[in-house]
Design a protein around this ligand. Structure first.
Ligand SMILES: Nc1ncnc2c1ncn2[C@@H]1O[C@H](COP(=O)(O)OP(=O)(O)OP(=O)(O)O)[C@@H](O)[C@H]1O
Ligand SMILES: [Mg+2]
Length: 481
């Protein structure tokens, strides 16, 4: 914690005296400097706290002092204090990353308290994130799986012991907890890292297709099999095969998989040749596979083969300490992708995020931050941005999907009027225009996987228009989350 130290760099003694009096009365510990060089000397000596900087100093220009402070101690919030004549300089300073500026004048005292308090909030948050980052850096392997949770770290430590062995790992965890991330990390950390990492999604593919996808096929094995084709097991030779959603694997394929795990051999679809492979199998499921096995929905012998080393990833609500760190990580990524200049979250925005239960886990947080970055103006994401974003994401993650129950079947090829009529057949089913537009814009972004340009193109509007409408259609404040 930085304490509550303030450094005033200003050459106007009357003002310095007044500011010192006021800030000391508020309980701050004030240091003063009357030139830029003197101020910088304090920073070089390790000053930590908030800087109040005059834009016009006798020796060096305020902006140059600021650039030097940023170089020496990039995390220190700098509040510019300026006369009205130099207002444009102060605006330029905040554009370059100054925390805030206050104009000398009648409401200086009032503005000062607020600005200083905000600056200390920011400082506390930066320090918290820095300490989380330090904790991250001692994570060893699995650096792609970001976590500061002691329980998750303990789980990762136990995983360390098997990265170089060929034992099967079964990763269990709710949707969006990072099962795929950890699978890739296991591969990347072990001695197979120079071999291939091949993923197969076992869900949603009809059995015959999945079989040929996994095991390949011979020419003539079925109509359309014009040439021999290797499957994923062959492709993963020397590396790792990731079986995602393994709980969905059809029974017949469960038997075939069991054989590969037992003797490392299989036959292509329509083939007789026995093929040997050296593949490490990592699988993932969001079901309780042990119970599924006990209830006869999944082969028990296969369950034991797959879960020689079982790992259960904690849902995000059981590791709330990961939320600020992951939020900041995603923020940096989306700020880069969206070309915005946001630097972080306000304290209250972070508090709001930390108290959200995240039924969609890390993926939900990721989507949420992406959305908040899109709608935010200013230099940080505010509680209001988070609240708006939580409001529009609530439907997609928290509610059970009522689609099958209430929505009538509509032929996607029918004209728009018919499709609307089917959805809103009478006056009671109509929704306010603004709500429909907001939901439709959000839907467009979701189905474009967060790619705003793509969503804008599909809607036939410009990117800027889409951003503006998203902002305009923020649901009215309902007083809660
Ligand atoms: N610890 C983490 N560090 C960084 N990013 C993470 C972490 N955990 C999850 N993510 C990100 O969250 C998203 C969801 O992760 P992932 O796809 O691995 O989840 P999953 O458990 O496989 O989900 P599902 O069961 O829905 O397939 C991804 O975009 C991933 O990059
Ligand atoms: Mg997954």
């Amino acid at each position: 914690m930085a304490g509550r130290r303030i450094l005033i760099v200003d050459d106007y003694p009357e003002l310095v005296r007044m500011l010192t009096l006021q800030l000391t009365a508020e309980g701050y510990d004030v240091t003063t400097a009357s030139t830029g060089n003197e101020g910088l000397a304090h920073i070089r000596d390790g000053f930590s706290g908030v800087v109040l900087l005059d834009v016009k100093l006798p020796d060096i220009g305020g902006l140059d002092v600021f650039e030097e402070i940023k170089r020496l101690a990039p995390d220190l919030p700098v509040i510019f204090v300026t006369g009205h004549a130099a207002l444009d300089l102060a605006v330029e300073a905040t554009r370059r990353g100054g925390f805030d500026f206050i104009a000398k004048g009648s409401d200086l005292t009032k503005r000062l308290n607020v600005a200083v308090k905000n600056a200390f909030d920011r400082l506390a948050m930066t320090e918290q994130l820095n300490s989380l980052r330090t904790q991250l850096s001692d994570q060893g392997h699995f650096s792609e799986f970001l976590t500061v949770s002691p329980r998750m770290k303990q789980i990762l430590r136990t995983l360390e012991s098997v990265v170089n062995s060929g034992v099967t790992v079964l990763i269990e965890g709710e949707s969006g907890t990072g099962k795929e991330v950890i699978s890739r990390a296991i591969h990347a950390a072990g001695n197979r890292k120079n071999g291939p990492f091949i993923a197969v999604n076992c869900a949603g593919i009809p059995e015959p297709l999945l079989e040929s996808e996994m095991f390949g096929y011979e020419k003539g094995a079925f109509t359309g099999a014009n040439s021999r084709r290797a499957g994923k097991f062959e492709a993963a030779h020397g590396g790792t095969l990731f079986l995602d959603e393994v709980g969905e694997l059809p029974k017949a394929l469960q038997a075939k998989l069991l054989r590969v795990l037992q003797d490392h051999t299989f036959q292509r679809v329509g083939g007789t040749e026995t093929i040997s492979v050296d593949v490490r199998v990592v699988s993932a499921t969001n079901r309780d596979l042990r119970t599924e096995a006990q209830e006869g929905n999944f082969r028990e012998d296969l369950f034991y083969r797959l879960s020689v080393f079982p790992v259960r990833l904690l849902p995000l609500r059981e590791r709330p300490e990961d939320v600020p760190m992951l939020a900041q990580h995603f923020l940096r990524r989306f700020v880069r992708e969206e070309g915005k200049s946001l630097v972080g979250f306000s304290q209250s925005a972070l508090r709001m995020l930390s108290s959200h239960p995240f039924p969609g886990n890390v993926r939900e947080l990721e989507n949420l931050v992406r959305h908040a970055v899109i709608v935010a103006h200013g230099s940080e994401i505010s509680a209001e941005d988070v609240k708006f974003t939580l409001g529009s994401h609530r439907s997609s993650f928290s509610r059970p999907d009522p689609a099958g129950a209430v929505l009538p079947k509509v032929d996607p090829a029918s004209p728009l009027e018919q499709r609307l009529q089917a959805m809103f057949p009478d006056i009671d089913s109509l929704l306010p225009m603004q709500e429909v537009q907001a939901a439709y814009l959000q839907l467009a972004i979701d189905v474009s996987e967060g790619n705003v340009s793509k969503a804008a193109r599909a809607l036939g509007v410009g990117r800027a228009t889409l951003y503006r409408r998203l902002k305009d259609d923020a649901p009215p404040d309902d007083g809660g989350l």
